[in-house]
Design a protein around this ligand. Structure first.
Ligand code: SAH
Length: 346
């Protein structure tokens, strides 16, 4: 990812007229060129100079998996230091084309049920590496005359551990100069870092927030999410109330349905009580299979009953439609396993 400022600096340094920077940025972000050589508006020597000194993208697709129904494409990206991450494109029947991006190399949070936690944590991503995942998929869709219309920070990692880079990447995604996505089309998901939720509430934009709640009590939550030992449920809910008050925006609670663990009727009632009266929405997530022993998804009927209990208590609730399970590209399945070599040209 190269910003107009970076390109302008580069041009200045090499005594190239500033209008070239605009031409280059236009070619990359509005026309979607993949290499400097493909920019038709600039002279050859400049193409060479650019290729020798700058990288259009910090992420290189190296492997891919497409789901059987063609709805979901998972890409394994190589980073400049040879670490790898995954990003996913989901094309829903209703026209939503959602890109799910990673925020870290591996995840240090180690939620008991999540495959990303089985990866060794290496480092957080730069803002360029986050934005470039989206830019990659938007170029991919452009070839099919389509565009990315939603972005979710729900891939590998905890975006709030990487707050400053997260903010920079969000700005780039929303900037019409680059991707130009509306704030309301973007969702950041957190496992619940209290001080960052408050900070996020104070930001001057309308980006959606989702909280991975997954348990209605402190006791249960800390059993399945080690991060809950650090952030107590009461403090977390206070921070969420602050977010809702401050932004007047609805909070999404994510709740993955784990058989015999958090899916009882008692849990549903406790959950309803916990969130009652809040401007919120509960998204029940059917568990996507992983290799993790001892963790299984709830039965369909259990999920249905759980949802009914919430609804009877006046809590808006839905059950997530999950795509890409057959290629391990669904929530909690990202573990850098995409296999097929990525074909560079259409
Ligand atoms: N660290 C952030 C961003 C990751 S979002 C967060 O926790 O919110 C990924 C979402 O998928 C989280 O809600 C996570 O708890 C959920 N998830 C993890 N493993 C899953 C699985 N196997 N099936 C379904 N959802 C899962």
């Amino acid at each position: 990812m190269l910003t107009l400022e970076q390109l302008t600096d580069f041009c200045q340094k090499h005594e190239i007229p500033a209008f070239r920077a605009k031409q280059i940025a236009h070619a990359i972000y509005q026309e979607g060129v993949e290499s400097f050589d493909d920019i038709t508006t600039i002279p050859k020597p400049l193409k060479k100079l650019l290729s020798e000194n700058l990288q259009i993208s910090t992420v290189t697709p190296t492997a891919q998996e497409m789901s059987g129904d063609g709805s979901t494409l998972k890409i394994l990206f190589k980073l400049p230091d040879d670490n790898t991450i995954e990003g996913v494109l989901m094309q829903f029947k209703d026209g939503r084309r959602t890109v799910c991006i990673s925020s870290e190399v591996g995840c240090p949070l180690k939620c008991k049920f999540c495959a990303s936690g089985t990866l060794t944590f290496k480092r957080s991503l730069t803002w360029e590496e986050m934005a470039d995942q989206v830019i990659f998929f938007s170029r991919y869709l452009r070839r099919q005359k389509a565009e990315v219309n939603h972005v979710v920070y729900m891939g590998i990692g905890e975006p709030f551990r990487n707050y400053d880079n997260l903010m920079k990447s969000l700005k780039v995604l929303m900037d019409p100069e680059y991707i130009g996505l509306g704030a309301r089309k973007i969702t950041v998901s957190t496992a619940g870092m209290v001080e960052k939720i408050r900070q996020f509430a104070d930001e001057p934009f309308q980006v959606n927030l989702a909280l991975s709640l997954h348990a209605p009590t402190q006791e249960l939550r800390q059993e399945i999410m080690p991060i809950a030992l650090r952030y107590k449920l009461d403090d977390l809910m206070d921070a969420i109330r602050y977010y809702v008050d401050k932004t007047k925006r609805r909070i999404s609670f994510e709740y993955v349905m784990l058989r015999g663990i958090n899916d009882t009727e008692k849990c549903a009632k406790q959950l309803a009580k916990l969130v009652k009266g809040m401007l919120c929405h509960v998204n029940l997530i059917p568990y996507n299979a992983t290799d993790i022993p001892g963790i299984e998804g709830s039965e369909k009927a259990t999920i249905k009953r759980f949802q009914e209990i919430l609804e009877e208590a006046g809590i808006p609730a839905t059950t997530r439609v999950s795509l890409g399970q057959d290629i391990s590209a669904a929530c909690g399945q990202l573990a850098n396993k995409a296999q097929k070599p990525f074909a560079t040209k259409k």
